[in-house]
Design a protein around this ligand. Structure first.
Ligand SMILES: NC(=O)c1ccc[n+]([C@@H]2O[C@H](COP(=O)([O-])OP(=O)(O)OC[C@H]3O[C@@H](n4cnc5c(N)ncnc54)[C@H](OP(=O)(O)O)[C@@H]3O)[C@@H](O)[C@H]2O)c1
Length: 345
């Protein structure tokens, strides 16, 4: 039995993590669900769709969490995570952080994109980027995992085979990504009001979104040289799901059929990666599941590849991937407790 605690359990990602963990075939025991705003209430009072059996929300007490948990999930805003993780880590816990605080190899890159110095740069050397499809063996040995962002999971996996095999001109990568509004979290803000989002689509943080740096970090490692790319996020009037359309000029002539075959061999055996032989993925093909679906096309006139990828931002983009990492860190079946079927409707 793995004893788990969640910090930030009342956020969208934390609540989805709790929902998924409660279906983990009883190999998981909830210890502490931490909340600043709702301590003393049950999570089902905040999210009435969740089970009454989940523990009562508590204020943060690091000593209690460390004394009786095997793993802590920190589902907090960036900045808040790096304040609590050093203490949890020092007390011997395994930690899976859903924020951006421990996803970087280089503290200078964090400082540049997050606008503040990293307060625990030494721990960045300990943390492993939690994308199982790329870093499975390091995750198994890790005690601190920086769970990837939702846009980044969707974008990195869509381009990984092309970067690894040097099949594209890496100065031509453009990622046009669209997210449902749960991607922005539960904190109310004017641009996320129903009438601001509904019946509209808008680009935001163009050429400045933090996830750009995370995508560049991971694709550069695969490529074996520096990659810089354009990443443009958009907000969709839907609750869940990310669809990324990624473009790059091919370095040599390749057909869509050849690329599909390359992707199938790159991701062979991956339990949550679906490569389409034909057709393209849609949000409803993945929402509710821990899958990423990837479809490919080649524009022969321009010798350009177009990869379309989709994930559920709260599952493969957050709580589901965090559980996949936990399973690996504790030597369990990687797929345990994780949905492989999308809701579709
Ligand atoms: N939403 C997604 O699709 C998604 C995907 C991938 C990664 N992430 C990352 O996961 C983390 C959580 O995201 P979210 O969407 O769940 O955000 P959220 O809905 O805003 O939830 C964050 C929770 O953390 C707690 N919190 C807020 N400020 C805090 C602070 N200063 N100190 C301690 N606790 C604080 C709040 O709960 P209380 O007030 O009850 O304590 C809040 O409910 C973020 O780092 C986000 O970037 C989110």
């Amino acid at each position: 039995m793995i004893r788990v605690s969640i910090l930030g359990a009342t956020g969208y990602a934390g609540a989805e993590l709790a929902r998924l963990l409660s279906m983990h075939k009883k190999k998981v025991q909830f210890m502490h669900l931490v909340s600043r705003s709702f301590a003393g209430k049950r999570l089902c009072e905040v999210y009435p769709g969740l089970s009454e059996s989940l523990p009562v929300l508590e204020a943060l007490d690091i000593d209690r969490i460390a004394a009786d948990s095997d793993v802590a999930f920190t589902s907090l805003p960036h900045g808040a995570s790096k304040e609590v993780i050093p203490a949890l880590y020092a007390k011997g816990l395994k930690v899976i952080d859903l924020s951006g605080d421990f996803r970087y190899d280089d503290a200078a890159v964090y400082a540049k994109w997050y606008g503040e110095e990293h307060s625990a740069p030494a721990l960045l050397q300990e943390s492993v980027y939690g994308l199982p499809e790329l870093h499975r063996s390091a995750i198994k040995a890790a005690r601190l995992v920086g769970n990837p962002g939702c846009y980044t999971t969707c974008s990195i996996l869509a381009l990984a085979p092309l970067a690894k095999h040097k099949l594209i001109d890496v100065y031509t990568i453009i990622i046009d990504a669209k997210s449902g509004s749960t991607g922005a979290g539960r904190e109310p803000s004017q641009p996320l009001h129903f009438c601001e989002v509904n019946e509209s689509v808008k680009a935001y943080k163009v050429a400045t979104h933090r996830h750009t740096s995370e995508i560049e970090q991971e694709l550069s490692k695969l490529y074996g040289g520096e990659i810089m790319l354009s990443f443009t996020p958009h907000l969709l009037p839907v609750n869940r799901g990310i669809l990324a359309t990624s473009y790059a000029n091919l370095a040599q002539k390749s057909s869509a059929k050849e690329l599909v075959s390359l992707y199938k061999s790159f991701f062979a055996g991956e339990p949550f990666v679906k490569i389409y032989e034909s057709g393209l993925p849609e949000l409803k093909h993945v929402n509710g599941s821990n899958n990423i679906a990837i479809g490919l096309a080649v524009d022969e006139r321009l010798n350009r590849v177009i990869a379309v990828s989709c994930i559920d931002n709260l599952i493969k983009g957050a709580g589901g991937q965090a559980i996949q990492n936990m399973n690996l860190m504790f030597g369990m079946d990687e797929t345990e407790g994780l949905p492989k079927n999308a809701w579709y409707l």
